[in-house]
Structure formats: C-alpha cells, structure tokens
Design a protein around this ligand. Sequence first.
Ligand code: S3P
Length: 171
Amino acid sequence: MKNIILIGFMGVGKGTVAREVVKYSDYIALDTDDVIESMTNKKIRDIFESEGEAYFRRLEKNIAQWLENSVKDTLISTGGGFYKVENLKKIGIVVLLDSPFNEIIKRIKSHPNAQKKLQKRPLLQDIKKAKALYKERRKQYLEVADIVLDVTNKDAQTCAKELLKKVKKHG
Ligand code: S3P
C-alpha cells in the first residue's frame, strides 16, 4: 500500500476525511500539523507567533524527509501549505481535496467550534488575504495532485469512499 497524502486549502476537511478513510481501510492516519505540534510541544499558532512562518516551513520540510524515508501504508493529512515541499511526490499518491473558497469558509463557519477553528489558523485571520492565498495556491494544488476529489457539499463518509475508489483505480 502506497502512502496517500491529502492536500488542500485550510478548512477543506483533510483531517475529517482522513479520520473517515481509516474506518474503511487498513490505512493508519497521521497529520503533519499534529506531528509538528507534538515535536515542538507548541501549537501551530504559537509557532507562527514566536518563530515565524519560515521556521514552520522548515519543520514541514524536515517532516517531509522523514515521511519519505520512514513512513509506509499511511494516510497523511497535511497543513494547507505542505504541498510545497520538494519531495511531495516521493512520499505517496497526492490527493487534492478541492472546493471553492466560499464553500470552505461556509464549512468552517457552520462548525460548532467555528471560532476555535478560525483562531488556530494564522493565515485565515484576514479573509481578503486568505482568498488571495487560495487563488494563488489552487493552480499549484491542481498541478501537483495525482487525484482531485471535489468535496463540496459531500459528507466525510462519501468523500472517504470516493477517495478509496479513486486511489484503487489509480493503482
Ligand atoms: C497552513 C495551514 C494550516 C497549518 C498552518 C499553515 C497553510 O493547516 O499548517 O496554519 O499554510 O495553509 P490546515 O490546512 O489544517 O488548516
């Protein structure tokens, strides 16, 4: 089983879909932001605040190297900027969770913990800037993705099942 790497914009549901995929498969799930938080014993928001974004990106690069060298049979969900690591394609099959910007924001706001979900994401604090970032990244997401999964208005279970079907077909 090759690793699956979930990429996509903040709030699109990478973690939620990952948790669902493990229910229907033998994959083990791992999240790059969680690894960074446990490695540093700091919240992502605090890392951005005290060490800055560049430092966070270096941590992502280190994680990417470790994933390539040591991680197998795993469903890896990533932070929205992780797709930029040089060795992304060497880690596994890259699956983009895709949805329009407004739908993603709607999704976050409809969550019971919406405030917390927004607060923990430094790059979602300014909605205009976040929209510009989305526009810039979407093309790049599509370029690196082996599989694109439209998640708009679909529940996690549907997304997970579609994902596994597409991965199987991809080989
Ligand atoms: C980021 C996305 C975040 C987190 C960090 C930076 C980004 O993860 O890695 O705040 O650059 O898009 P989520 O995609 O899980 O929100």
